[in-house]
Design a protein around this ligand. Sequence first.
Ligand SMILES: [Zn+2]
Ligand SMILES: [Zn+2]
Length: 382
Amino acid sequence: MGTNRKDYYAILGVARDATPEDMKKQYRQIALKYHPDRNPGNKDAENKFKEAAEAYEVLRDPEKRRLYDMYGHEGLSSSGFTGFHDFTDIFRSFGDIFEDLFGFGNFGSQEGRPQAGSDLRYDLTLDFMDASLGTEVNIEVPRVVACKTCQGSGAKPGTSKVPCPTCGGRGGITRTQGIFQITTTCTRCGGMREFIAEPCLICQGEGQIREKKKLKVRIPPGVDSGTHLVMAGEGNAGRFGGPPGDLYIIVHVRPHELFRREGYDLHLVAPISFVQASLGARLTVPTLKGTHEIVIPPGTQPGEIIRLRGEGVPYPKGGRQGDLLVEVKVVIPRDLTPKQTELLKELAKEDPAGQTTVLEAPAEEGLLHKLWSTVKNWHNQG
Ligand SMILES: [Zn+2]
Ligand SMILES: [Zn+2]
């Protein structure tokens, strides 16, 4: 674009002695007419837009203008001026002009534009049974909502916002320094363009208040510690028409004194005596929804697991349920009555291992024999 040979004054349609104000006014009109947003895909408009930007860029700068007046395009290129590369370049240089033209500003912050409300977190502790079977709980969530008194405007009911008197409703203050114009965010309205003459007494002009919102939450069955439940739109309110955030309910489950979860299976320890383990027994165990009778077959070993299908935790989406795993724990009595001792001694006579200690060689090969030979070797070494 730097090789453009057209006369810059002609492009802007101004006289050679035009003032900076004249040129700015002309440039704004041309830029408005050929702005790419208004002429999508129009190559001719695009060229005119870029041409005008280049002309204005040179003529608004006293040093470049002087060079151009004296030496023309040659003078500029030998000074290193290359014009603009693309639209971004142009908007970066003339941002303030386009703000005025199109009624938006990049000065200040995002104030005044729709802002989504923030998400909220709520930690919910549940009893084991409620979490496993599902329930409904009432919670109170502190959150930000639009002020009902002023309907979120921040202005006292019956009054309305007025254009900010300090910036004249532009949101920014433009100061002229030499031929430069500097636009800064208006400190009175913070770039909001509007000014609340009489603030709402309830929200002090914020347009938002904090409240505790009561919510009824349905807890599906099968939730566990760490489960996230999302309630869409129940977070903090948005501003300037932005959507509200979401509420994330983080579930914590209190442990149960008998049941332990393993995924959707339940684990339960059932203590039985060694007599029950040896002879077999019937045992009633608790389940999530009641009780269940199980059969301990004769000769059940410690740690054996009896699986009750479908007696575990339901899946949250329904249809399936885990199992209940009953782990048999054989309890050896610590205190025996004389009668029990007598009977056990009788029993011992019938035991194939008898009352053999590991210091005497057991008759059979096997674990006991291995134990015995290890002990014997140790003795021999000592
Ligand atoms: Zn209010
Ligand atoms: Zn202002």
